[in-house]
Design a protein around this ligand. Structure first.
Ligand code: ATP
Length: 267
Protein backbone atom coordinates (compact mmCIF):
# COMPACT_ATOMS: atom_id res chain seq x y z
CA UNK A 1 0.00 0.00 0.00
CA UNK A 2 0.97 3.62 -0.51
CA UNK A 3 2.77 5.66 2.10
CA UNK A 4 0.60 7.46 4.58
CA UNK A 5 -0.52 10.90 3.47
CA UNK A 6 -0.11 10.22 -0.24
CA UNK A 7 -3.01 10.17 -2.64
CA UNK A 8 -4.45 7.51 -4.91
CA UNK A 9 -7.90 6.27 -5.91
CA UNK A 10 -8.75 3.37 -3.57
CA UNK A 11 -9.97 0.06 -4.99
CA UNK A 12 -12.80 -0.43 -2.47
CA UNK A 13 -16.22 -0.55 -4.14
CA UNK A 14 -19.71 -0.20 -2.68
CA UNK A 15 -20.09 -3.97 -3.20
CA UNK A 16 -17.30 -4.48 -0.69
CA UNK A 17 -19.35 -2.69 1.95
CA UNK A 18 -22.02 -4.77 3.69
CA UNK A 19 -25.08 -2.91 4.99
CA UNK A 20 -24.70 0.84 5.68
CA UNK A 21 -27.15 1.58 2.83
CA UNK A 22 -28.33 4.80 4.40
CA UNK A 23 -24.78 6.12 4.64
CA UNK A 24 -24.13 5.11 1.08
CA UNK A 25 -27.16 7.08 -0.10
CA UNK A 26 -26.15 10.13 1.94
CA UNK A 27 -22.61 10.07 0.58
CA UNK A 28 -23.93 9.60 -2.93
CA UNK A 29 -25.93 12.80 -2.56
CA UNK A 30 -23.40 14.82 -0.63
CA UNK A 31 -20.13 13.79 -2.28
CA UNK A 32 -20.18 11.34 -5.18
CA UNK A 33 -22.63 13.12 -7.47
CA UNK A 34 -21.27 16.53 -6.62
CA UNK A 35 -17.81 15.40 -7.68
CA UNK A 36 -19.09 13.66 -10.80
CA UNK A 37 -21.32 16.51 -12.01
CA UNK A 38 -19.81 19.71 -10.58
CA UNK A 39 -21.33 22.08 -13.16
CA UNK A 40 -24.92 21.05 -12.37
CA UNK A 41 -24.44 21.76 -8.71
CA UNK A 42 -22.76 25.07 -9.53
CA UNK A 43 -25.61 26.05 -11.81
CA UNK A 44 -28.09 25.56 -8.99
CA UNK A 45 -25.85 27.26 -6.49
CA UNK A 46 -25.63 24.27 -4.18
CA UNK A 47 -23.49 25.20 -1.22
CA UNK A 48 -23.76 22.29 1.19
CA UNK A 49 -21.62 20.68 3.82
CA UNK A 50 -18.27 19.31 2.67
CA UNK A 51 -17.12 18.06 6.08
CA UNK A 52 -18.34 14.84 7.71
CA UNK A 53 -17.73 12.91 10.90
CA UNK A 54 -18.24 9.15 10.98
CA UNK A 55 -18.54 7.94 14.55
CA UNK A 56 -19.26 4.61 16.18
CA UNK A 57 -17.65 1.46 17.58
CA UNK A 58 -14.36 0.19 16.06
CA UNK A 59 -14.24 -2.07 13.02
CA UNK A 60 -17.68 -1.27 11.59
CA UNK A 61 -16.64 0.17 8.24
CA UNK A 62 -15.79 3.83 8.71
CA UNK A 63 -12.53 3.61 6.78
CA UNK A 64 -14.04 1.22 4.28
CA UNK A 65 -16.94 3.49 3.38
CA UNK A 66 -14.72 6.57 3.07
CA UNK A 67 -12.59 4.65 0.57
CA UNK A 68 -15.67 3.44 -1.32
CA UNK A 69 -16.89 7.05 -1.59
CA UNK A 70 -13.59 8.06 -3.18
CA UNK A 71 -13.63 5.08 -5.53
CA UNK A 72 -17.21 5.75 -6.65
CA UNK A 73 -16.48 9.42 -7.22
CA UNK A 74 -13.21 8.68 -9.01
CA UNK A 75 -11.54 10.93 -6.46
CA UNK A 76 -8.15 10.77 -4.83
CA UNK A 77 -7.98 9.58 -1.24
CA UNK A 78 -5.57 10.87 1.37
CA UNK A 79 -5.45 8.84 4.59
CA UNK A 80 -4.24 10.73 7.65
CA UNK A 81 -3.91 8.97 10.99
CA UNK A 82 -4.59 11.43 13.80
CA UNK A 83 -2.10 10.09 16.36
CA UNK A 84 0.72 9.92 13.79
CA UNK A 85 0.20 13.51 12.80
CA UNK A 86 0.25 14.50 16.45
CA UNK A 87 3.49 12.66 17.08
CA UNK A 88 5.44 14.64 14.53
CA UNK A 89 8.10 16.80 16.15
CA UNK A 90 6.78 19.74 18.08
CA UNK A 91 6.12 22.60 15.72
CA UNK A 92 6.18 20.33 12.70
CA UNK A 93 2.63 19.11 13.07
CA UNK A 94 1.23 22.55 12.20
CA UNK A 95 3.32 22.60 9.05
CA UNK A 96 2.17 19.05 8.35
CA UNK A 97 -1.48 20.14 8.56
CA UNK A 98 -0.84 22.96 6.07
CA UNK A 99 1.01 20.58 3.74
CA UNK A 100 -1.81 18.01 3.86
CA UNK A 101 -4.47 20.54 2.87
CA UNK A 102 -2.32 22.00 0.15
CA UNK A 103 -1.68 18.52 -1.23
CA UNK A 104 -5.42 17.79 -1.12
CA UNK A 105 -6.15 20.94 -3.15
CA UNK A 106 -3.51 19.96 -5.70
CA UNK A 107 -5.03 16.54 -6.31
CA UNK A 108 -8.73 17.51 -6.16
CA UNK A 109 -11.26 16.05 -6.49
CA UNK A 110 -10.11 14.49 -3.30
CA UNK A 111 -11.37 12.86 -0.11
CA UNK A 112 -9.24 13.87 2.85
CA UNK A 113 -9.77 11.20 5.50
CA UNK A 114 -8.75 11.81 9.13
CA UNK A 115 -8.73 8.51 11.01
CA UNK A 116 -8.86 8.73 14.84
CA UNK A 117 -9.51 12.42 14.40
CA UNK A 118 -10.29 12.76 18.13
CA UNK A 119 -6.52 12.66 18.77
CA UNK A 120 -6.23 16.02 16.97
CA UNK A 121 -9.36 17.60 18.32
CA UNK A 122 -9.62 16.81 22.04
CA UNK A 123 -11.31 19.56 24.01
CA UNK A 124 -8.96 22.46 24.41
CA UNK A 125 -7.30 22.81 27.77
CA UNK A 126 -7.94 19.14 28.56
CA UNK A 127 -5.66 16.15 27.86
CA UNK A 128 -3.62 17.49 25.01
CA UNK A 129 -1.82 20.62 26.16
CA UNK A 130 -0.47 23.29 23.84
CA UNK A 131 0.78 20.99 21.08
CA UNK A 132 -2.76 19.77 20.42
CA UNK A 133 -4.09 23.27 20.85
CA UNK A 134 -1.81 24.73 18.17
CA UNK A 135 -2.45 21.84 15.85
CA UNK A 136 -6.20 22.16 16.36
CA UNK A 137 -6.06 25.88 15.65
CA UNK A 138 -4.19 25.23 12.42
CA UNK A 139 -6.73 22.56 11.50
CA UNK A 140 -9.58 25.02 12.09
CA UNK A 141 -7.88 27.62 9.91
CA UNK A 142 -7.59 25.09 7.09
CA UNK A 143 -11.14 23.81 7.53
CA UNK A 144 -12.51 27.35 7.45
CA UNK A 145 -10.76 28.09 4.17
CA UNK A 146 -13.59 26.19 2.47
CA UNK A 147 -13.64 28.59 -0.49
CA UNK A 148 -10.17 27.51 -1.56
CA UNK A 149 -11.13 23.93 -0.84
CA UNK A 150 -13.14 23.27 -3.99
CA UNK A 151 -13.46 19.57 -4.72
CA UNK A 152 -11.87 18.64 -1.39
CA UNK A 153 -14.20 16.76 0.94
CA UNK A 154 -13.21 16.09 4.54
CA UNK A 155 -14.23 12.91 6.36
CA UNK A 156 -13.21 12.33 9.96
CA UNK A 157 -13.61 9.05 11.87
CA UNK A 158 -13.72 8.48 15.60
CA UNK A 159 -14.78 6.00 18.27
CA UNK A 160 -14.93 8.79 20.84
CA UNK A 161 -16.94 11.75 19.52
CA UNK A 162 -17.61 12.87 23.11
CA UNK A 163 -13.99 13.92 23.69
CA UNK A 164 -13.90 16.15 20.61
CA UNK A 165 -13.85 19.92 20.88
CA UNK A 166 -17.32 21.20 19.98
CA UNK A 167 -15.76 23.82 17.73
CA UNK A 168 -14.72 21.23 15.13
CA UNK A 169 -18.25 19.84 14.84
CA UNK A 170 -19.69 23.08 13.48
CA UNK A 171 -20.98 23.39 9.91
CA UNK A 172 -18.15 23.85 7.45
CA UNK A 173 -15.82 21.82 9.63
CA UNK A 174 -16.68 18.20 10.53
CA UNK A 175 -20.22 19.47 10.29
CA UNK A 176 -22.31 16.49 9.29
CA UNK A 177 -22.38 13.71 11.86
CA UNK A 178 -23.04 10.18 10.69
CA UNK A 179 -23.35 7.20 13.00
CA UNK A 180 -21.82 3.89 11.91
CA UNK A 181 -23.40 1.26 14.18
CA UNK A 182 -22.53 -2.29 15.06
CA UNK A 183 -24.31 -4.45 12.44
CA UNK A 184 -27.57 -6.22 13.29
CA UNK A 185 -28.31 -9.79 12.24
CA UNK A 186 -29.34 -8.95 8.66
CA UNK A 187 -26.43 -6.59 8.23
CA UNK A 188 -24.01 -9.27 9.46
CA UNK A 189 -25.29 -11.45 6.63
CA UNK A 190 -24.72 -8.66 4.10
CA UNK A 191 -21.21 -8.07 5.44
CA UNK A 192 -20.32 -11.77 5.20
CA UNK A 193 -21.67 -11.73 1.64
CA UNK A 194 -19.53 -8.71 0.74
CA UNK A 195 -16.47 -10.29 2.37
CA UNK A 196 -16.92 -13.51 0.41
CA UNK A 197 -17.15 -11.78 -2.97
CA UNK A 198 -13.71 -12.86 -4.14
CA UNK A 199 -13.55 -16.15 -2.22
CA UNK A 200 -14.25 -19.71 -3.44
CA UNK A 201 -17.30 -20.30 -1.27
CA UNK A 202 -19.01 -23.68 -1.42
CA UNK A 203 -22.72 -23.85 -2.25
CA UNK A 204 -23.28 -25.55 1.12
CA UNK A 205 -22.40 -22.36 3.02
CA UNK A 206 -25.45 -20.45 4.29
CA UNK A 207 -24.11 -17.04 5.25
CA UNK A 208 -27.51 -15.83 6.47
CA UNK A 209 -27.67 -18.74 8.86
CA UNK A 210 -24.12 -18.12 10.09
CA UNK A 211 -24.97 -14.45 10.65
CA UNK A 212 -27.93 -15.58 12.76
CA UNK A 213 -25.94 -17.88 14.99
CA UNK A 214 -25.43 -17.06 18.64
CA UNK A 215 -21.65 -17.03 18.13
CA UNK A 216 -21.98 -14.08 15.73
CA UNK A 217 -24.09 -11.87 17.99
CA UNK A 218 -22.32 -8.56 18.63
CA UNK A 219 -19.56 -9.20 16.10
CA UNK A 220 -18.31 -6.15 14.20
CA UNK A 221 -17.45 -6.11 10.49
CA UNK A 222 -13.79 -6.48 11.44
CA UNK A 223 -14.66 -9.53 13.57
CA UNK A 224 -16.62 -11.01 10.67
CA UNK A 225 -13.68 -10.39 8.37
CA UNK A 226 -11.47 -12.30 10.82
CA UNK A 227 -14.03 -15.12 10.88
CA UNK A 228 -14.11 -15.29 7.08
CA UNK A 229 -10.31 -15.47 7.03
CA UNK A 230 -10.22 -18.24 9.64
CA UNK A 231 -12.66 -20.26 7.55
CA UNK A 232 -10.59 -19.69 4.40
CA UNK A 233 -7.48 -20.68 6.36
CA UNK A 234 -9.14 -23.91 7.52
CA UNK A 235 -10.00 -24.70 3.88
CA UNK A 236 -6.44 -24.11 2.69
CA UNK A 237 -5.00 -26.21 5.50
CA UNK A 238 -7.37 -29.03 4.75
CA UNK A 239 -6.32 -28.92 1.11
CA UNK A 240 -2.65 -29.15 2.08
CA UNK A 241 -3.19 -32.07 4.42
CA UNK A 242 -5.09 -33.88 1.69
CA UNK A 243 -2.24 -33.24 -0.76
CA UNK A 244 0.29 -34.49 1.79
CA UNK A 245 -1.77 -37.63 2.34
CA UNK A 246 -1.93 -38.15 -1.44
CA UNK A 247 -5.70 -37.88 -1.22
CA UNK A 248 -6.28 -34.65 -3.14
CA UNK A 249 -8.39 -34.93 -6.26
CA UNK A 250 -7.39 -31.81 -8.19
CA UNK A 251 -10.34 -32.30 -10.52
CA UNK A 252 -12.68 -30.75 -7.95
CA UNK A 253 -12.16 -27.19 -6.76
CA UNK A 254 -11.39 -27.11 -3.06
CA UNK A 255 -13.89 -24.65 -1.68
CA UNK A 256 -14.58 -23.04 1.70
CA UNK A 257 -17.31 -25.19 3.22
CA UNK A 258 -19.79 -24.93 6.05
CA UNK A 259 -17.54 -27.22 8.10
CA UNK A 260 -14.71 -24.69 7.80
CA UNK A 261 -16.94 -21.98 9.22
CA UNK A 262 -17.85 -24.29 12.09
CA UNK A 263 -14.16 -24.80 12.79
CA UNK A 264 -13.56 -21.04 12.61
CA UNK A 265 -16.47 -20.33 14.96
CA UNK A 266 -15.25 -22.92 17.42
CA UNK A 267 -12.09 -20.90 18.05
P1 ATP B 1 -11.70 1.71 13.44
O1 ATP B 1 -12.62 2.59 14.21
O2 ATP B 1 -11.10 0.60 14.27
O3 ATP B 1 -10.72 2.43 12.57
P2 ATP B 1 -13.42 1.30 11.16
O4 ATP B 1 -14.84 1.55 11.54
O5 ATP B 1 -12.70 2.31 10.37
O6 ATP B 1 -12.63 0.87 12.45
P3 ATP B 1 -12.78 -0.44 9.03
O7 ATP B 1 -11.30 -0.20 9.08
O8 ATP B 1 -13.52 0.20 7.95
O9 ATP B 1 -13.42 -0.09 10.42
O10 ATP B 1 -13.07 -2.00 9.01
C1 ATP B 1 -12.05 -2.95 9.25
C2 ATP B 1 -12.26 -4.15 8.35
O11 ATP B 1 -13.45 -4.84 8.77
C3 ATP B 1 -12.50 -3.79 6.91
O12 ATP B 1 -11.31 -3.72 6.19
C4 ATP B 1 -13.39 -4.93 6.43
O13 ATP B 1 -12.63 -6.06 6.11
C5 ATP B 1 -14.20 -5.25 7.65
N1 ATP B 1 -15.48 -4.51 7.67
C6 ATP B 1 -15.89 -3.66 8.64
N2 ATP B 1 -17.12 -3.19 8.37
C7 ATP B 1 -17.51 -3.75 7.22
C8 ATP B 1 -18.68 -3.66 6.40
N3 ATP B 1 -19.72 -2.88 6.75
N4 ATP B 1 -18.72 -4.39 5.26
C9 ATP B 1 -17.69 -5.17 4.91
N5 ATP B 1 -16.56 -5.30 5.63
C10 ATP B 1 -16.47 -4.60 6.77
Amino acid sequence: SRREGFSSIPNVKWEDVGGLDLLRREFDRYIVRRIKYPTEYEEYGVDLETGFLLYGPPGCGKTLIAKAVANEAGANFIHIKGPELLNKYVGESELAVRTIFSRARTCSPCILFFDEVDALTTKRGKEGGWVVERLLNQLLIELDGADQRKGVYIIGATNRPEVMDRAVLRPGRFGKLMYVPLPNQDERGLILKALSRSKPLDADVDLINIARSEACANLSGADLSALMNEAAMAAVEEKFSKIEAGAYDGALPHTIKAAHFELALGK
